[in-house]
Design a protein around this ligand. Sequence first.
Ligand SMILES: Nc1ncnc2c1ncn2[C@@H]1O[C@H](COP(=O)(O)OP(=O)(O)OP(=O)(O)O)[C@@H](O)[C@H]1O
Ligand SMILES: [Mg+2]
Length: 309
Amino acid sequence: MITAVSLNPSIDKALTIERFRYGSMNRVMSTRRDAGGKAINVSVVAATLGAETRCAGFLCRENGRIIENRLMAHGVQSEFVWLEGSVRTNLKVLDAEQGVVTEFNEPGVRVNAQDLAEMTELVCRLAEDSDFLVLTGSLPPGCPVDYYAQLIRAVEGIDVKCALDAEGEALRRGIEARPCLIKPNRMELEMAVGRPLADRAGVIGAAKELARRGIDFVAVSLGAEGAILTDGERTLSSPGLHVPVRSTVGAGDSMMAGMIYGLMAEKPLEEVLRRGMACAAASVMAEGTRLTERSTYKSLLDDVMIEEV
Ligand SMILES: Nc1ncnc2c1ncn2[C@@H]1O[C@H](COP(=O)(O)OP(=O)(O)OP(=O)(O)O)[C@@H](O)[C@H]1O
Ligand SMILES: [Mg+2]
């Protein structure tokens, strides 16, 4: 069982207008609304691959159904700590004439110490029958920056592995608690090690450094340039698949889901990276907010090139 923790879900609303006029009335041509959030993405993709998956997190009474419905549609179980108010909206306004997107992201509903205590209790309870706990996405207002680290430490005595995909200080503090897997992109890795990384060799060095700090698997995603994965002893590099790029939304989340799917099956390092790469590429090939299709994922597995570095 994979349990993904969603602390700050969002409803992504996309508006298309002919031409964006700042300070004027803009007529909307079309609207789309999707349940978003990185943990939601990981659960949906992991379920698509065939893993037993659940999502735990904070949800708001007013409009939380939209999130619940998306999870249900993909066969993901869910359990929430319910909050008053409404799930934040992330608004994307597409100017059709210019092809430019303007984004407005809300911070989310504030949580208090009682909410966080309930969340920790829920996560510890669900960890009992989970193989993997996935901690990913932004933290809501009121949530301490080391909360992911707190959760990793809270489940230390339980037979569950933690995967962390966060940025900035949340990642840095989380690393100190030694999760099993992390997947920073280049920028997140630079922040984690505190220096710029000029080339692939620099990225590999930094990934190995984090592995030495007690993280079992360090994956670094490099967008169109693929990814690397190290377990501290062996380091693998994949150039990334040449696929038609339709939308990179959730590519990193799909990669996480693919790798965890490999780790759950106790596959060798090559196979873990292969699954991550095929899953990410399949996600990139899907339109808009749609993520990995299982058939696309399967058809890409044999195309993934991996070399030991
Ligand atoms: N343009 C692309 N072409 C091919 N593959 C891509 C492309 N962009 C991303 N990918 C695949 O998806 C993986 C993850 O992408 P990326 O490194 O952009 O993650 P990320 O920065 O964590 O993204 P996010 O957190 O926004 O989902 C890459 O390692 C690669 O395999
Ligand atoms: Mg990411």
